[in-house]
Design a protein around this ligand. Structure first.
Ligand code: LLP
Length: 421
């Protein structure tokens, strides 16, 4: 459930008509609902009730400082995957002990910054990374708490570009080699083993792959404990999917996911961390755009919007479906016609939907892309020198610009011309 509903014939974000935001900020613009973000975070938090747990928001899905502050205020930790994300989490006021550091290619500088600023744990993904972390930590006379990310060789049955748990991906340490790598970790100075980490993919719409992975982690916990390791903490990753359209299969609810966690690893007495991103932020945001032109082609009609692939790349990159809805509520039973919905970028791939059935629209009308809160603004670019898309946060009847649209001058000012030119 989200808080984007038609009221008085107008799509609203909570109590604010989207047309009011478009008038004030212009389009394209991302709009987020605080109530939806908080609701989704709490669903996870409550689903793990009874377990010692921390829900670490995968901020790669949506990393605006205001959103981080909102979620951290409700008790969220953060899952970060770069020095930049670590810096953002700290700038939003998240204490180091609530930040976990994931990612396959952490640099020595990133390790140093996290050790200095405080970190709950590093989720280490390879032996070379483990050795680098040991060197960095000992060089600082520090001790780095770690889990090893194991790759359980489970098929997440999701889009191949977002599946991470199969043996042939770059992620984690093969679970079959976990014992020897844990043994090395235990010997290395500056390293303190605290648990195990696993993450098998994103947009999972079925619990079975989670179940298979978590059962393997539970078995591994017993084996590693018997080897003498302290396994007090299990980081079970993120990945629970969301419905992108009403006609889609309905993914499992966080309560069912929480019950699965309790069933598979609850008996081990470990502290449990999860790293959901999409389910917290996805349906809490939409991309608001305007119709520039309606263009009749030979074979098809085009709806040309002022939002483009640089603002929302998911359709071009993953063939992702986003519901695209008019802000003015269509009359019931109104006749719909098929449109190719495209942006103004000079690429054939700048297409959001083919033959999408839309109610009558005119130039200047507002159109919203639903479920765009996750992996929307964070994946935006300035391709075609289109300034980075701004972001707005709504709370009840108030809204604030939480990232403003850069001016052309600001965008251009980042370039420098060498003196020899
Ligand atoms: N933890 C780790 C280690 C991850 O790699 C990810 C996502 C998550 C947690 C959060 O997964 P979530 O709960 O959001 O599914 N750009 C793609 C998604 C890439 C996901 C990458 N990793 C998209 O737009 O669908």
């Amino acid at each position: 459930m989200d808080h984007f509903l038609y009221r008085d014939g107008q799509l609203h974000a909570e109590d604010v008509p989207l047309s009011v935001i478009a008038d004030a900020v212009g389009t394209p613009v991302y709009v987020y609902s605080s109530a939806t973000l908080l609701r989704h975070f709490r669903l996870f938090d409550e689903a793990l009730d009874g377990l010692d747990h921390l829900v670490c928001f995968a901020m790669k899905s949506l990393s605006n400082l205001a959103v981080l502050k909102l979620l951290a205020g409700a008790g969220a930790g953060m899952d970060v995957v770069s020095g930049g994300e670590y810096a953002r989490a700290r700038a939003a006021g998240v204490p180091g002990e609530r930040i976990v550091f994931s990612g396959v290619g952490k640099t020595a500088d990133e390790m140093r910054a996290a050790l200095k600023g405080g970190i709950r744990q590093f989720n280490v993904e390879s032996e070379p990374e483990l050795r680098r972390l040991s060197e960095v930590a000992t060089g600082m006379s520090a001790v780095a708490p770690i889990t090893l990310r194991v790759n359980p060789d489970v098929d997440a049955r999701t889009h191949e570009k977002i599946a991470t748990g199969k043996a042939d991906t770059k992620f984690g340490i093969p679970i079959s080699r976990a014992r020897e790598v844990y043994a090395e970790a235990a010997r290395l100075p500056g390293i303190e083993v605290v648990g195990i980490d696993v993450h098998i993919g994103s947009q999972l719409t079925d619990l079975a792959p989670f179940e298979a992975a978590y059962r393997r982690v539970a078995e591994l916990t017993e084996v590693l404990r018997a080897d003498g390791h302290r396994i007090d903490r299990l980081d079970l990753g993120g990945g629970l999917g969301i419905p992108y359209t009403a006609s889609n299969e309905v993914p499992p609810l966080p309560t069912e996911y929480g019950a699965l966690i309790k069933r598979t690893v609850g008996h081990l007495g470990c502290e449990v961390e999860i790293e959901p991103g999409r389910l917290i932020s996805g349906n809490a945001g939409l991309l608001l755009t305007s119709v520039i032109y309606l263009k009749s082609g030979e074979a098809r009609d085009f709806l040309i919007l002022d939002g483009a692939m640089n603002d929302l790349i998911r359709p071009a990159m993953y063939d992702a479906w986003h519901d695209i809805v008019p802000v003015r509520e269509p009359a019931p039973g109104v006749e719909r016609a098929p449109y190719d919905i495209v942006g103004p970028v000079c690429e054939t791939g700048d297409i959001f939907a083919k033959g999408r059935m839309m109610p009558p629209l005119s130039e200047g009308d507002l159109v919203a892309f639903r479920s765009a809160g996750a992996y929307g603004a964070v994946m935006a670019s300035e391709y075609n020198s289109r300034p980075l898309v701004p972001e707005v946060l709504v709370q009840g009847d108030q809204f604030a610009v939480i990232r403003r649209r850069p001016t052309f001058d600001e965008m251009i000012a980042r370039d420098t011309i060498p003196e020899w030119l």
